[in-house]
Ligand binder design. Structure first.
Ligand code: CA
Ligand code: ZN
Length: 431
Protein backbone atom coordinates (compact mmCIF):
# COMPACT_ATOMS: atom_id res chain seq x y z
CA UNK A 1 0.00 0.00 0.00
CA UNK A 2 1.03 3.54 -0.36
CA UNK A 3 3.26 5.32 1.94
CA UNK A 4 1.41 6.50 4.95
CA UNK A 5 2.09 9.85 6.37
CA UNK A 6 3.48 9.53 9.80
CA UNK A 7 1.24 10.66 12.48
CA UNK A 8 2.91 13.78 13.52
CA UNK A 9 0.90 14.53 16.53
CA UNK A 10 1.41 11.23 18.20
CA UNK A 11 4.16 11.58 20.67
CA UNK A 12 5.64 8.72 22.55
CA UNK A 13 5.43 8.80 25.89
CA UNK A 14 6.00 8.78 29.51
CA UNK A 15 5.69 5.45 31.14
CA UNK A 16 2.86 3.63 29.59
CA UNK A 17 1.08 6.71 28.48
CA UNK A 18 0.82 7.92 24.99
CA UNK A 19 -0.47 11.34 24.48
CA UNK A 20 -1.14 13.17 21.32
CA UNK A 21 -0.40 16.78 21.11
CA UNK A 22 -3.06 19.29 21.62
CA UNK A 23 -4.38 20.39 18.32
CA UNK A 24 -6.98 22.96 17.79
CA UNK A 25 -8.14 24.05 14.44
CA UNK A 26 -10.73 26.55 13.70
CA UNK A 27 -12.13 26.41 10.29
CA UNK A 28 -13.61 29.83 9.93
CA UNK A 29 -16.69 29.95 7.86
CA UNK A 30 -16.66 26.25 7.33
CA UNK A 31 -19.98 24.81 6.33
CA UNK A 32 -21.65 28.10 5.95
CA UNK A 33 -24.74 26.28 4.80
CA UNK A 34 -25.13 25.04 8.29
CA UNK A 35 -25.58 28.45 9.78
CA UNK A 36 -23.33 30.89 11.49
CA UNK A 37 -22.63 28.81 14.54
CA UNK A 38 -21.57 25.74 12.64
CA UNK A 39 -17.94 26.17 13.23
CA UNK A 40 -16.02 22.97 13.25
CA UNK A 41 -13.11 22.68 15.53
CA UNK A 42 -10.69 20.03 16.33
CA UNK A 43 -9.35 19.10 19.67
CA UNK A 44 -6.78 16.93 21.30
CA UNK A 45 -6.70 13.27 20.68
CA UNK A 46 -5.26 11.16 23.38
CA UNK A 47 -3.93 7.69 23.00
CA UNK A 48 -4.79 5.24 25.70
CA UNK A 49 -2.72 2.13 26.17
CA UNK A 50 -3.69 -1.31 27.27
CA UNK A 51 -1.29 -2.93 29.69
CA UNK A 52 0.00 -6.47 29.51
CA UNK A 53 -0.84 -8.54 32.55
CA UNK A 54 1.54 -11.51 32.60
CA UNK A 55 -0.98 -13.52 34.56
CA UNK A 56 -2.34 -16.53 32.72
CA UNK A 57 -6.07 -15.84 32.51
CA UNK A 58 -7.22 -18.59 30.18
CA UNK A 59 -10.62 -17.00 29.70
CA UNK A 60 -12.72 -16.73 26.62
CA UNK A 61 -15.59 -14.44 25.68
CA UNK A 62 -16.56 -14.83 22.08
CA UNK A 63 -19.43 -13.33 20.18
CA UNK A 64 -20.47 -16.52 18.54
CA UNK A 65 -23.72 -15.10 17.35
CA UNK A 66 -22.00 -12.40 15.39
CA UNK A 67 -20.62 -14.82 12.89
CA UNK A 68 -22.09 -13.95 9.54
CA UNK A 69 -23.95 -10.92 10.85
CA UNK A 70 -24.27 -8.17 8.27
CA UNK A 71 -21.89 -5.32 8.49
CA UNK A 72 -23.49 -2.05 9.37
CA UNK A 73 -20.39 0.08 9.03
CA UNK A 74 -17.49 0.17 6.64
CA UNK A 75 -14.19 0.15 8.44
CA UNK A 76 -11.01 0.42 6.42
CA UNK A 77 -7.57 -0.35 7.82
CA UNK A 78 -4.37 1.25 6.58
CA UNK A 79 -1.44 -0.84 7.74
CA UNK A 80 1.89 0.79 8.40
CA UNK A 81 4.99 -1.05 9.53
CA UNK A 82 6.13 -4.63 9.13
CA UNK A 83 2.86 -6.33 10.00
CA UNK A 84 3.04 -10.11 9.90
CA UNK A 85 0.32 -11.34 7.57
CA UNK A 86 -1.39 -13.23 10.36
CA UNK A 87 -1.39 -10.12 12.50
CA UNK A 88 -3.35 -8.33 9.82
CA UNK A 89 -5.79 -11.20 9.85
CA UNK A 90 -6.29 -10.83 13.58
CA UNK A 91 -6.70 -7.08 13.21
CA UNK A 92 -9.29 -7.55 10.52
CA UNK A 93 -11.19 -10.12 12.56
CA UNK A 94 -11.51 -7.61 15.39
CA UNK A 95 -12.59 -4.87 13.03
CA UNK A 96 -15.18 -7.20 11.50
CA UNK A 97 -16.82 -7.67 14.88
CA UNK A 98 -17.09 -3.92 15.38
CA UNK A 99 -18.41 -3.51 11.85
CA UNK A 100 -21.37 -5.74 12.63
CA UNK A 101 -22.27 -3.69 15.68
CA UNK A 102 -21.68 -0.02 14.93
CA UNK A 103 -23.93 1.56 12.39
CA UNK A 104 -22.71 4.43 10.27
CA UNK A 105 -23.11 5.53 6.69
CA UNK A 106 -19.70 7.18 6.78
CA UNK A 107 -16.73 4.87 6.28
CA UNK A 108 -14.22 4.81 9.10
CA UNK A 109 -10.50 4.74 8.40
CA UNK A 110 -8.11 3.24 10.93
CA UNK A 111 -4.36 3.77 10.78
CA UNK A 112 -2.77 0.62 12.13
CA UNK A 113 0.86 0.91 13.15
CA UNK A 114 3.05 -2.08 13.98
CA UNK A 115 5.77 -0.44 15.99
CA UNK A 116 7.67 -0.59 19.24
CA UNK A 117 5.85 0.84 22.23
CA UNK A 118 6.85 1.14 25.84
CA UNK A 119 7.61 -2.01 27.75
CA UNK A 120 4.48 -3.65 29.02
CA UNK A 121 2.17 -1.77 26.70
CA UNK A 122 0.35 -4.07 24.32
CA UNK A 123 -1.14 -1.31 22.26
CA UNK A 124 -2.39 2.22 22.30
CA UNK A 125 -5.08 3.99 20.40
CA UNK A 126 -7.37 6.92 20.11
CA UNK A 127 -9.31 9.08 17.73
CA UNK A 128 -7.15 11.16 15.42
CA UNK A 129 -9.27 14.17 16.13
CA UNK A 130 -12.29 15.28 18.05
CA UNK A 131 -14.84 17.75 16.81
CA UNK A 132 -17.52 19.87 18.29
CA UNK A 133 -20.24 22.09 16.92
CA UNK A 134 -20.96 20.02 13.86
CA UNK A 135 -24.42 19.21 12.56
CA UNK A 136 -25.92 16.34 14.49
CA UNK A 137 -23.83 16.69 17.62
CA UNK A 138 -24.58 18.31 20.92
CA UNK A 139 -23.04 21.77 20.76
CA UNK A 140 -20.11 22.43 23.03
CA UNK A 141 -19.10 18.79 23.34
CA UNK A 142 -16.08 17.13 21.76
CA UNK A 143 -16.77 13.96 19.79
CA UNK A 144 -14.21 11.50 18.45
CA UNK A 145 -14.24 12.06 14.71
CA UNK A 146 -15.66 8.66 13.74
CA UNK A 147 -18.67 9.35 15.94
CA UNK A 148 -18.90 12.93 14.75
CA UNK A 149 -18.96 11.70 11.17
CA UNK A 150 -21.66 9.20 12.01
CA UNK A 151 -23.82 11.83 13.63
CA UNK A 152 -23.20 14.37 10.89
CA UNK A 153 -23.89 11.78 8.22
CA UNK A 154 -20.81 12.83 6.32
CA UNK A 155 -17.06 12.87 6.58
CA UNK A 156 -16.34 16.05 8.47
CA UNK A 157 -12.71 16.06 7.41
CA UNK A 158 -12.09 13.85 4.38
CA UNK A 159 -8.42 14.78 4.37
CA UNK A 160 -7.67 12.88 7.54
CA UNK A 161 -8.16 9.41 8.89
CA UNK A 162 -10.22 8.76 11.96
CA UNK A 163 -8.56 6.38 14.38
CA UNK A 164 -4.99 5.41 15.11
CA UNK A 165 -4.10 2.06 16.63
CA UNK A 166 -0.54 1.19 17.61
CA UNK A 167 0.36 -2.40 18.33
CA UNK A 168 3.60 -3.13 20.14
CA UNK A 169 5.87 -4.96 17.71
CA UNK A 170 8.36 -5.63 20.50
CA UNK A 171 6.28 -8.40 22.01
CA UNK A 172 7.49 -11.79 20.90
CA UNK A 173 4.54 -13.65 22.35
CA UNK A 174 1.61 -12.42 20.34
CA UNK A 175 -0.98 -14.97 19.36
CA UNK A 176 -1.98 -14.04 15.83
CA UNK A 177 -4.70 -16.62 15.26
CA UNK A 178 -8.37 -15.81 15.33
CA UNK A 179 -9.83 -18.97 16.82
CA UNK A 180 -9.68 -17.69 20.38
CA UNK A 181 -7.36 -20.42 21.55
CA UNK A 182 -4.00 -18.85 22.22
CA UNK A 183 -1.23 -21.06 23.55
CA UNK A 184 0.06 -20.65 27.08
CA UNK A 185 2.24 -17.61 27.49
CA UNK A 186 0.76 -15.56 24.67
CA UNK A 187 -1.39 -12.47 24.27
CA UNK A 188 -4.34 -12.63 21.93
CA UNK A 189 -3.84 -9.88 19.38
CA UNK A 190 -7.44 -9.88 18.22
CA UNK A 191 -8.60 -9.11 21.76
CA UNK A 192 -6.13 -6.25 22.05
CA UNK A 193 -7.30 -4.77 18.75
CA UNK A 194 -10.91 -5.11 19.88
CA UNK A 195 -9.99 -3.04 22.91
CA UNK A 196 -7.99 -0.40 21.11
CA UNK A 197 -10.52 0.43 18.47
CA UNK A 198 -13.05 0.88 21.27
CA UNK A 199 -11.05 3.91 22.36
CA UNK A 200 -10.93 5.19 18.83
CA UNK A 201 -14.67 4.97 18.28
CA UNK A 202 -15.79 6.65 21.47
CA UNK A 203 -14.41 5.43 24.77
CA UNK A 204 -12.06 8.22 25.60
CA UNK A 205 -12.44 10.85 28.24
CA UNK A 206 -10.56 14.02 28.98
CA UNK A 207 -10.30 13.71 32.75
CA UNK A 208 -6.82 13.87 34.21
CA UNK A 209 -5.04 14.35 37.50
CA UNK A 210 -1.67 16.00 38.01
CA UNK A 211 -0.19 17.77 40.97
CA UNK A 212 -3.25 17.13 43.09
CA UNK A 213 -5.51 18.88 40.61
CA UNK A 214 -8.13 17.25 38.47
CA UNK A 215 -8.88 18.67 35.07
CA UNK A 216 -11.19 17.99 32.20
CA UNK A 217 -11.52 19.34 28.69
CA UNK A 218 -8.11 18.40 27.33
CA UNK A 219 -6.91 21.95 27.55
CA UNK A 220 -10.21 23.43 26.43
CA UNK A 221 -13.31 24.46 28.30
CA UNK A 222 -15.45 21.82 26.59
CA UNK A 223 -15.98 18.25 27.76
CA UNK A 224 -15.58 15.10 25.72
CA UNK A 225 -18.80 13.23 25.04
CA UNK A 226 -17.64 10.46 27.36
CA UNK A 227 -17.09 12.93 30.21
CA UNK A 228 -20.63 14.19 30.38
CA UNK A 229 -22.05 10.85 31.55
CA UNK A 230 -19.80 10.48 34.57
CA UNK A 231 -20.40 11.08 38.24
CA UNK A 232 -18.62 10.47 41.50
CA UNK A 233 -19.95 8.30 44.30
CA UNK A 234 -22.13 11.13 45.55
CA UNK A 235 -23.87 11.50 42.24
CA UNK A 236 -22.14 14.73 41.32
CA UNK A 237 -21.50 15.14 37.64
CA UNK A 238 -17.75 15.26 37.15
CA UNK A 239 -17.98 18.10 34.67
CA UNK A 240 -19.91 20.09 37.26
CA UNK A 241 -16.71 20.13 39.28
CA UNK A 242 -14.30 22.95 38.67
CA UNK A 243 -11.37 22.27 36.39
CA UNK A 244 -8.75 22.39 37.70
CA UNK A 245 -9.61 21.57 41.28
CA UNK A 246 -8.65 19.25 44.07
CA UNK A 247 -12.30 18.25 44.34
CA UNK A 248 -12.13 16.82 40.86
CA UNK A 249 -8.86 15.07 41.67
CA UNK A 250 -10.53 13.52 44.70
CA UNK A 251 -13.44 12.34 42.59
CA UNK A 252 -11.22 10.82 39.93
CA UNK A 253 -9.14 8.97 42.52
CA UNK A 254 -11.98 8.12 44.83
CA UNK A 255 -12.62 4.61 43.60
CA UNK A 256 -16.11 5.39 42.41
CA UNK A 257 -16.68 6.91 39.00
CA UNK A 258 -19.95 5.81 37.48
CA UNK A 259 -21.69 6.10 34.14
CA UNK A 260 -25.08 7.81 34.17
CA UNK A 261 -26.32 7.07 30.65
CA UNK A 262 -29.51 5.02 30.62
CA UNK A 263 -28.36 2.57 27.96
CA UNK A 264 -25.09 1.85 29.70
CA UNK A 265 -26.94 1.21 32.93
CA UNK A 266 -29.37 -1.05 31.12
CA UNK A 267 -26.41 -2.88 29.62
CA UNK A 268 -25.18 -3.45 33.14
CA UNK A 269 -28.49 -5.00 34.11
CA UNK A 270 -29.42 -1.93 36.12
CA UNK A 271 -26.01 -1.34 37.63
CA UNK A 272 -24.19 1.80 36.57
CA UNK A 273 -21.05 0.99 34.62
CA UNK A 274 -18.05 1.52 36.84
CA UNK A 275 -14.87 3.21 35.67
CA UNK A 276 -11.33 2.43 36.69
CA UNK A 277 -10.63 5.06 39.35
CA UNK A 278 -7.67 4.03 41.50
CA UNK A 279 -5.73 6.16 43.91
CA UNK A 280 -3.26 7.35 42.88
CA UNK A 281 -4.25 8.26 39.37
CA UNK A 282 -2.78 6.04 36.67
CA UNK A 283 -2.10 8.01 33.56
CA UNK A 284 -3.47 6.29 30.52
CA UNK A 285 -5.41 3.75 32.54
CA UNK A 286 -7.60 5.77 34.89
CA UNK A 287 -10.91 7.06 33.63
CA UNK A 288 -10.81 5.93 30.01
CA UNK A 289 -11.35 2.34 31.10
CA UNK A 290 -13.86 0.26 32.98
CA UNK A 291 -12.94 -1.06 36.39
CA UNK A 292 -10.61 -4.03 36.31
CA UNK A 293 -11.93 -5.73 39.42
CA UNK A 294 -15.62 -5.21 38.59
CA UNK A 295 -15.09 -6.70 35.15
CA UNK A 296 -12.31 -9.26 35.51
CA UNK A 297 -11.00 -11.47 32.73
CA UNK A 298 -13.79 -13.69 31.49
CA UNK A 299 -16.50 -11.15 32.32
CA UNK A 300 -18.70 -10.25 29.36
CA UNK A 301 -17.90 -6.58 29.94
CA UNK A 302 -14.17 -6.87 30.46
CA UNK A 303 -13.12 -5.57 27.05
CA UNK A 304 -12.38 -2.01 28.10
CA UNK A 305 -10.56 -2.68 31.34
CA UNK A 306 -7.00 -1.36 31.48
CA UNK A 307 -5.20 -4.71 31.39
CA UNK A 308 -5.32 -7.80 29.26
CA UNK A 309 -3.76 -10.99 30.49
CA UNK A 310 -2.09 -13.90 28.81
CA UNK A 311 -4.55 -16.27 27.17
CA UNK A 312 -7.30 -13.74 27.85
CA UNK A 313 -9.66 -13.85 24.91
CA UNK A 314 -12.44 -11.36 24.47
CA UNK A 315 -13.90 -11.14 21.01
CA UNK A 316 -17.05 -9.32 22.02
CA UNK A 317 -17.97 -5.76 22.85
CA UNK A 318 -20.27 -6.55 25.73
CA UNK A 319 -23.65 -5.11 26.72
CA UNK A 320 -22.25 -2.42 29.00
CA UNK A 321 -20.00 -0.90 26.37
CA UNK A 322 -22.66 -1.19 23.69
CA UNK A 323 -25.03 0.72 25.95
CA UNK A 324 -22.45 3.38 26.65
CA UNK A 325 -21.86 3.74 22.93
CA UNK A 326 -25.60 4.22 22.43
CA UNK A 327 -25.64 6.89 25.09
CA UNK A 328 -22.84 8.71 23.30
CA UNK A 329 -24.72 8.66 20.01
CA UNK A 330 -23.72 5.49 18.23
CA UNK A 331 -26.44 3.37 16.71
CA UNK A 332 -25.90 -0.24 17.50
CA UNK A 333 -27.02 -3.13 15.39
CA UNK A 334 -28.63 -5.67 17.65
CA UNK A 335 -27.85 -8.42 15.23
CA UNK A 336 -29.44 -11.78 14.89
CA UNK A 337 -29.14 -12.61 18.53
CA UNK A 338 -30.77 -10.20 20.94
CA UNK A 339 -29.03 -11.44 23.99
CA UNK A 340 -25.61 -10.27 24.94
CA UNK A 341 -22.91 -12.83 24.93
CA UNK A 342 -22.51 -14.53 28.23
CA UNK A 343 -19.08 -14.76 29.64
CA UNK A 344 -17.97 -18.07 28.34
CA UNK A 345 -14.97 -19.86 29.55
CA UNK A 346 -15.18 -23.39 28.44
CA UNK A 347 -15.52 -24.18 24.81
CA UNK A 348 -13.64 -22.23 22.32
CA UNK A 349 -16.35 -21.14 19.98
CA UNK A 350 -15.86 -20.31 16.38
CA UNK A 351 -14.57 -16.86 15.81
CA UNK A 352 -16.56 -14.33 13.99
CA UNK A 353 -14.67 -13.87 10.85
CA UNK A 354 -17.22 -13.52 8.15
CA UNK A 355 -15.64 -13.70 4.80
CA UNK A 356 -16.20 -11.19 2.21
CA UNK A 357 -15.54 -7.62 1.55
CA UNK A 358 -17.27 -5.54 4.09
CA UNK A 359 -19.39 -3.14 2.32
CA UNK A 360 -21.64 -1.28 4.57
CA UNK A 361 -25.16 -2.43 4.74
CA UNK A 362 -26.95 0.69 5.68
CA UNK A 363 -29.57 0.17 8.25
CA UNK A 364 -32.22 2.71 8.88
CA UNK A 365 -30.76 5.31 11.12
CA UNK A 366 -31.70 4.67 14.64
CA UNK A 367 -32.79 7.69 16.48
CA UNK A 368 -30.27 8.15 19.17
CA UNK A 369 -30.75 11.56 20.62
CA UNK A 370 -27.64 13.04 22.02
CA UNK A 371 -27.94 13.84 25.63
CA UNK A 372 -28.21 17.41 26.56
CA UNK A 373 -24.91 18.55 27.81
CA UNK A 374 -24.75 18.89 31.47
CA UNK A 375 -24.04 22.35 32.58
CA UNK A 376 -20.55 23.34 31.99
CA UNK A 377 -19.19 24.93 35.06
CA UNK A 378 -18.48 28.56 34.62
CA UNK A 379 -15.23 28.40 36.42
CA UNK A 380 -13.10 26.89 33.78
CA UNK A 381 -9.84 28.61 34.00
CA UNK A 382 -8.35 26.78 31.09
CA UNK A 383 -7.59 29.06 28.23
CA UNK A 384 -8.92 28.23 24.84
CA UNK A 385 -6.37 26.54 22.68
CA UNK A 386 -4.64 28.51 20.09
CA UNK A 387 -5.13 27.41 16.60
CA UNK A 388 -2.08 26.47 14.68
CA UNK A 389 -1.54 25.90 11.01
CA UNK A 390 -0.02 22.88 9.37
CA UNK A 391 -0.90 20.66 6.50
CA UNK A 392 -3.27 17.79 6.67
CA UNK A 393 -1.60 14.53 5.83
CA UNK A 394 -4.48 13.63 3.61
CA UNK A 395 -5.89 10.20 3.24
CA UNK A 396 -3.78 8.73 0.49
CA UNK A 397 -3.91 5.08 -0.06
CA UNK A 398 -7.26 4.66 1.51
CA UNK A 399 -8.79 1.57 0.06
CA UNK A 400 -11.88 3.53 -0.79
CA UNK A 401 -14.72 1.76 0.78
CA UNK A 402 -17.77 2.56 -1.18
CA UNK A 403 -19.19 5.65 0.31
CA UNK A 404 -22.72 5.13 1.34
CA UNK A 405 -23.58 8.73 1.70
CA UNK A 406 -23.11 11.19 -1.03
CA UNK A 407 -20.16 13.40 -0.51
CA UNK A 408 -20.82 16.79 0.80
CA UNK A 409 -18.59 19.74 0.67
CA UNK A 410 -16.08 19.50 3.39
CA UNK A 411 -14.96 22.18 5.67
CA UNK A 412 -12.24 24.28 4.28
CA UNK A 413 -8.88 22.77 3.99
CA UNK A 414 -7.74 24.54 7.00
CA UNK A 415 -4.09 24.68 7.65
CA UNK A 416 -2.70 21.85 9.62
CA UNK A 417 -1.98 22.61 13.18
CA UNK A 418 1.41 22.76 14.63
CA UNK A 419 0.95 20.51 17.56
CA UNK A 420 0.91 22.17 20.88
CA UNK A 421 1.65 19.55 23.46
CA UNK A 422 -0.76 19.05 26.23
CA UNK A 423 0.61 19.43 29.68
CA UNK A 424 2.54 16.26 30.19
CA UNK A 425 1.07 13.90 32.68
CA UNK A 426 3.22 12.24 35.25
CA UNK A 427 4.71 8.93 34.27
CA UNK A 428 2.44 6.07 34.66
CA UNK A 429 3.42 3.55 37.26
CA UNK A 430 3.15 0.60 34.93
CA UNK A 431 1.12 -2.48 35.47
CA1 CA B 1 -8.73 -6.81 32.10
ZN1 ZN C 1 -7.28 1.00 26.77
Amino acid sequence: MNHLPRLRHVAPILGAFALAALVAIQAPGARATQGPSAKIEQAPAELTPVIADPTDKNTRVIAVERAGAPRTATIGVLYSGAWPADARGAFQAAVDIWATRLTSTVPVQIEANWRPLDTGVLGSAGPIALYRNFPGGTPGVWYPVALANKLAGQDIDPTRNDIVVNINSSFTNWYLGTNGVPPTGTYDLESVVMHEVGHGFAFIGSMSVAGGQGTWGGGTTFPFICDIFTTNGQGQSLISLTSPSSALADALQGGTVLWTGANGIAGGGGAAPRFYAPNPWESGSSFSHLDESTYPAGNANSLMTPRIGQREVIHDIGPVLLGMFRDMGWSIDAGPSPSPTPAATATPGPTTTPAGGGKATPTPPTVTPSPAPTTTPGATATPAPTSVPATPPGKPGIPTPTPVSSPTPSPTGSPTPTPTPLPTPPPKPGG
